[in-house]
Design a protein around this ligand. Structure first.
Ligand SMILES: Nc1nc2c(ncn2[C@@H]2O[C@H](COP(=O)(O)OP(=O)(O)OP(=O)(O)O)[C@@H](O)[C@H]2O)c(=O)[nH]1
Length: 372
């Protein structure tokens, strides 16, 4: 029953900021639905009080309406308001139904925990204060002759209510601040775990995860994506001649340049050392080869951190079926090795049939294919 109820409520990941609010809403609505259902049945068949049964039935309908609206819209904020107002109205209705019995104020003490957790500190304070005032007023004016409550006791109740609200306000402030701090720290840790410190690009681990997700997605979509493996030529010489700090500067600026030139339609990561990997999204193999060659040409005709450098690139397409992270990377690596072996400052392409050619030959083969 509980599992079914959960499955019909909006699903949030456990680390989503609304996960616990949604859980409280779901529990409250389950409780109020069951509560009103039982009361409706009892009032119809056991107590035979149809007027009360009608009110309970209304409560049941409201609970279910909020629940199904929540399920359809997934809007936690609006549902949180609806649930807070419903809980407050229930407390007030209960006080009226027991003719202002002073002990019924206990129901009003449930309002602040709901209100603060669901709609926040400021709004929670306002709703709690209004609901408490109405409850205190009702208890004072509706009390029956047999149970009397003096003005002193009323003030006492109001003082306790104010203290109750203030304590919950304080509690909610510390809870939400602690949650915020934790959530910021989590974001930072996540970013650190996914980012290469020197270049601020994705690191290898994050890249593998992204590539793996993309391969799975590609199996069910028409879009084609390509992978470029890119290596700075003779990078060791820069280190050996100018020192590691200059080498670092070249890596940083090169990464920045990649982001600037292709970052919008690509996922770029530092694979390690002076090697970078790039996924060109929604790009066919021929276009990927052209873009890789433009990049190569741009780098060789400019300087990076005042260093004249060249790059070699291996290009391959992500296949629609039976591909894997390892296979894609192996194909791109094979093409890159081919480029290095054939003199560097080159783009070579692995056409997925394990056939590797360098850029000019690849273009010629494509042309021949078209002309045939
Ligand atoms: N400055 C700096 N150097 C690095 C870093 N990571 C790796 N390296 C250096 O990158 C160099 C890579 O050298 P090799 O693998 O021989 O490659 P290469 O000299 O570029 O030659 P080819 O790739 O064959 O063209 C080594 O000297 C590493 O020490 C880094 O974070 N900063």
């Amino acid at each position: 029953m509980l599992g079914f109820w959960y499955s019909k409520s909006p699903q949030f990941a456990k680390d989503h900021k609304d996960f616990w609010r949604a859980r409280l809403i779901t529990h409250f609505l389950l409780f109020s639905t069951a509560y009103f259902f039982i009361l409706t049945v009892l009032n119809i068949f056991y107590f035979e009080q149809l007027d009360l049964a009608l009110i309970d039935c209304l409560g049941l309908v409201i609970s279910l309406t909020i629940y199904f609206w929540f399920y359809k819209s997934g809007n936690v904020n609006v549902t949180a308001w609806a649930v807070t107002l419903m809980a407050s109205s229930l407390a007030i209705l209960f006080i009226i139904s027991v003719g202002g019995n002073p002990f019924s104020i206990l129901w009003a003490t449930l309002i602040p925990p709901f209100a603060f957790f669901l709609i926040g500190r400021k709004r929670g304070s306002i709703i709690s204060a209004i609901a408490f005032s109405i409850c205190a007023y009702l208890i004072y004016t509706q009390q029956q002759q047999t149970i009397t409550i003096g003005l002193g006791s009323l003030f006492n109740t109001i003082e306790v209510s104010i203290a109750h609200i203030l304590i919950f306000r304080f509690y909610e402030k510390t809870r939400s601040l602690a949650y915020q701090n934790l959530s910021n720290l989590n974001d930072e840790i996540k970013k650190l775990a996914e980012t290469d410190k020197l270049t601020e690009l994705y690191n290898r681990q994050k890249f593998d995860a992204e590539l793996s997700a993309l391969i799975t997605k590609s199996e069910h979509s028409q879009a084609s994506h390509c992978l470029l493996m890119c290596d700075i030529d003779y990078f060791k010489r820069i280190n050996d001649t100018y020192g590691h700090l200059v080498g670092d500067k070249v890596l940083k600026e090169f990464a920045h340049l990649l982001q600037q030139k292709i970052g919008e339609q690509a996922l770029i990561a530092r694979w390690g050392g002076e090697e970078f990997v790039i996924i060109l999204l929604n790009t066919a193999l021929l276009d990927a080869a052209k873009q890789a060659n433009e990049l190569r040409s741009l780098i060789s005709s400019n300087t990076v951190a005042n260093m004249p450098i060249t790059i070699s690139l291996g290009v391959t397409a992500i296949q629609k079926s039976n591909d894997s992270v390892l296979k894609v990377l192996e194909r791109a690596d094979k093409a890159l090795y081919f480029a290095k072996h054939h003199g560097r400052n080159l783009v070579c392409i692995n056409d997925n049939n394990a056939h590797v050619t360098c850029y000019d030959t690849f273009l010629k083969l494509v042309d021949d294919d078209i002309n045939e």
